[in-house]
Design a protein around this ligand. Sequence first.
Ligand code: PEP
Ligand code: MG
Length: 325
Amino acid sequence: KVEKLRKLKDLPAITLDGKRVMLAANIGTPKDVKSALANGAEGVGLFRTEFLYMDRTILPTEEEQFEAYKEVVEKMEGRPVTIRTLDIGGDKELPYLDMPKEMNPFLGYRAIRLCLDRTDIFKTQLRAILRASAYGNIHIMYPMISSITDVRRANAVLNEVKAELDKEGIKYDKNIKVGIMVEIPSAAVTADILAKEVDFFSIGTNDLTQYTLAVDRMNEHVKDYYQPFNPAVLRLIKFVIDAAHKEGKFAAMCGEMAGDPLATVILLGLGLDEFSMSATSIPKVKNIIRNIEYEKAKEIAEKVLNMKEAEKIQQMMEDMIKNID
Ligand code: PEP
Ligand code: MG
């Protein structure tokens, strides 16, 4: 079976009736590119950049970041690489940043909120990303967007940085795509508004599940409440994908759900364009996609959306994928 999955590496993620989707990898450092390519990733759907900022005593320089981003795009040889801007705060603290002590860090000063406050940090990162975009196919992605105001403020900073680079005569991809993570319920519910402002969405089901169901994604005591297959979460996912498509934009997913074989058929049927996951999950997900008709997946997604209980949905999907080998 392992051998069979390995043979899938260079085959496309295409259904029996010809619907093609993109399977990409989530990476945390440039070292992860090797495994991404070995498992057949067609791109990097989420490059978490926090590693550059963690386990150290000062902020990373523009040059350090530029080298890391450039290394990844070069190694990906023209395949798209989605770089997520800093998502620090919440559980991830930086000792050298003097962050506030908060009652509810996950509802607090984190990610894009921190970046829009500390534009010095944000601009340094955006400069490094833009400079690296001259060496490959980079997309920029903002985390923890809660409204159109966040998008506009972030883009205003990006435009300032672009103007600086123009003035200095430094090259970058002038058509660089800019998208957002949809991982806060307010963003999901207003996806029709946000779709007009961005080039793409990437659904972050880890946080979207946490915030939609008001359940701490790391708290063992409430782990049964953490349900990506909850109808509330599935309805949001459908709404987000449809909203993107209405504006001719693409819808990706980079939360854990994208790499969960139990979710593959549902997400495919809902029309998800890109699945980004830990590299080792790619072969399994690809195998499922290559063994089902898109028309069938659509029927199943529709059926699932009419079901009432996460447990029953999960059980049905478990029974279904048993038959795919
Ligand atoms: C998510 O929230 O689904 C996500 C992909 O981001 P992270 O796990 O880094 O919060
Ligand atoms: Mg997240």
